[in-house]
Design a protein around this ligand. Structure first.
Ligand SMILES: [Zn+2]
Length: 408
């Protein structure tokens, strides 16, 4: 939501894969909220732009003018998912309910509910109870909208509320009289530490990955299955690249047909799920050893794994490191969420692994036995694709090592 400028790089440097991000909520078109969104929408994969049609229109007009690209062309870069007020949106197992705040331009906030927990994000808004009553009395604000602001019972598991300078933001005094139970769940945003009085019992939401607030909630039924299917269907080698899409100008239907030809048949997802298994590894464990005969195809669900060639390492006298601080997440020999390995076994059953795979950060790996997978695919086409990927991957890892750059 409202990703800051360069947040893509920040995530990458923190070892968080951008593939985990599927959509961007833009709450409004003030520069401190929407400037980073375009960077995300220009990223390698097509993301969803989630906002109201009014705000999406402003966003498109603004960035079309700024970058000098026609609106029709620019809007092709993302998939617009309209946020409709009063109609909760089902989104990746969660429910999103949007509301308009009180601001100088149309600005939304939202409540996200998932597995029995909820997060309220105010968006930019001036939420002074006396003002809401005044607006209603003057006939500017309907009763329902006034009640939304007044009734806020602060029941959410986590409350992220803006604080700032009225009349377009909520003054910090509004929160001072809240009960301690609410203050414990309340994190202020859009203000600075110096504006939060020490004795107020209020606090800021601190920036940075290390300050992530985590809500432990129960996963909805099939959430795990959905992750497995998503990982598999997202594999680069099973999808048509955007270049291919642009070059041949294929329609959605043609694309589906092309994927179907590569896979051989539309994926029997139920059968695929029943073949999948999960293995978890600790830091420093070895998943695949060079020279051993491989029989599993792995896809990374969580964590970071490292491709190593001990012989090259010995020659370059590289030390093996196990702590995160000494890892460069941008190193070309690290694999993250959605990356895969062990594909040699798929191309030619009984083949020895060419490189070792070790864990740098504990990981959860999804794997399939080659013998189970083979029934799903048009093997000739798949083997061709996989051979190509193996060569590219080996080149990606070995070339920097040969050039004297070592990361591990
Ligand atoms: Zn604003």
């Amino acid at each position: 939501m409202d990703p800051p400028v360069n947040s893509l790089v920040l995530l990458h440097e923190s070892g968080i894969s951008s593939r985990l991000i599927r959509g961007v909520i833009v709450t409004h078109c003030h520069a401190d909220h929407d400037s980073g969104a375009l960077q995300w929408l220009l990223n390698e994969r097509k993301l969803e732009l989630i906002t109201t049609p009014t705000i999406a229109g402003s966003f498109l007009r603004k960035y079309s003018a700024l970058v000098g690209v026609r609106k029709e062309t620019l809007s092709q870069l993302w998939v617009f998912r309209p946020a409709i007020l009063g109609e909760p949106m089902r989104y990746r197992g969660a429910e999103l309910s949007f509301h308009y705040g009180v601001h100088t331009i149309p600005a939304i906030g939202f409540t996200a509910s998932y597995g029995g927990k909820s997060i309220f994000y105010s968006g930019d808004t001036c939420n002074i109870p006396a003002k809401m009553n005044e607006f209603h009395d003057k006939g500017i604000m309907p009763a329902g909208r006034r009640d939304f602001f007044l009734k806020d019972d602060w029941r959410h598991s986590l409350i992220l509320h803006e604080a700032g300078v009225p009349p377009i933001h909520t003054p910090i005094e509004v929160f001072a009289s809240l009960p301690d139970d609410v203050k414990n769940r309340l994190y202020l945003v859009h203000t600075s530490e110096k504006n939060v009085p020490l004795e107020s019992g209020l606090k800021m939401a601190k920036p940075g990955v290390a300050n992530t607030l985590e809500l432990v909630s129960e996963e909805p039924p099939f959430a795990f299955a959905a992750r497995v299917v998503e990982l598999f269907t997202d594999l680069d080698l099973l999808s048509v690249s955007s270049e291919q899409e642009n070059l041949s100008n294929v329609t959605g239907q043609q694309k589906a047909g092309l994927q179907k030809r590569i896979i051989g048949t539309s994926l029997p997802l139920g059968d695929l799920l029943l073949c999948a298994a999960v293995e978890s590894f600790d830091i420093g464990e070895t998943v695949i050893t060079k020279g051993e005969v491989g029989e599993k195809f792995y896809i990374i669900m969580e964590g970071i794994v490292c491709i190593v060639d001990r012989e090259v390492e010995k020659q370059t006298k590289t030390e093996k490191s196990k702590d995160w601080d000494s890892i460069n997440p941008q190193a070309s020999n690290l694999l993250q969420h959605g990356d895969f390995f062990g594909e040699q076994a798929l191309v030619n059953e009984g083949t020895s692994n060419m490189l070792s795979i070790e864990l740098n950060v504990g990981a959860l790996l999804l794997f399939f036995f080659f013998s189970d997978l083979s029934s799903f695919f048009n093997l000739f086409v798949l083997c061709f694709c996989l051979s190509l990927f193996i060569l590219l991957q080996i080149a990606r890892v070995l070339l920097p090592l040969w050039h004297g750059r070592h990361y591990v």
